[in-house]
Ligand binder design. Sequence first.
Ligand code: BG6
Ligand code: MG
Length: 212
Amino acid sequence: MRYENVIFDLDGVLVSTDEYHYQAWKKIADEEGIYFDRAINNRLRGVSRMASLEIILERAEKNYTQAEKEELAQRKNRYYQELLGNLTTEDTLNGVRETLADLRKNSVHIAVGSSSKNTMRILKQVGLENAFDAIADGTEITHSKPNPEVFLLAAQKLGAKPANCLVVEDALAGVNAGCRAGMSVAGIGEAAKSPRITYAIRSVADLLSIVD
Ligand code: BG6
Ligand code: MG
């Protein structure tokens, strides 16, 4: 085995929740009269809720107090969680279930490394809560991606050395986090274009040939 451990990002890699994040932030931006589009949304991928809000507020015409920012972040999370209510076991991305099962069959340890505080809820809703050897998420870290903290925590929970881990990411912030953690990175979607990745993949099913 070239890698004994694979650490998956959640949103946009395992589950198609990124559209829900976009819709919830778009509603907030519209309510507040702040310009927001999909290009700005791309900068929010992998980034924590509060850091995402700061990026959105770059276009705001007024200054928001800390209490107002917290209210906006909570409101966004309410809208997001309403949308998460639609998630079913059908909403894992292409090849995810089969690939996770095949990796485990080949004795590869698998983990989730996500900035999201909704990680457990999402995994339960798509029926993947017992599919991983370790889960590290936004509830356990101080610094979100591009800081490597969440991936280093996932590796620690797996009992793995960073050099023995392959990170799977769709976001540039996540690619940078994986690199800073000293891990190899497989990039999917937007992240596949980053010069910092080790492998470009089209779907998680491509991982089997990389790991083996
Ligand atoms: C990341 C998403 O996985 O989680 C970001 O890519 C999101 O878009 C971040 O902001 C935090 O998510 P949550 O669920 O804690 O608001
Ligand atoms: Mg992602």
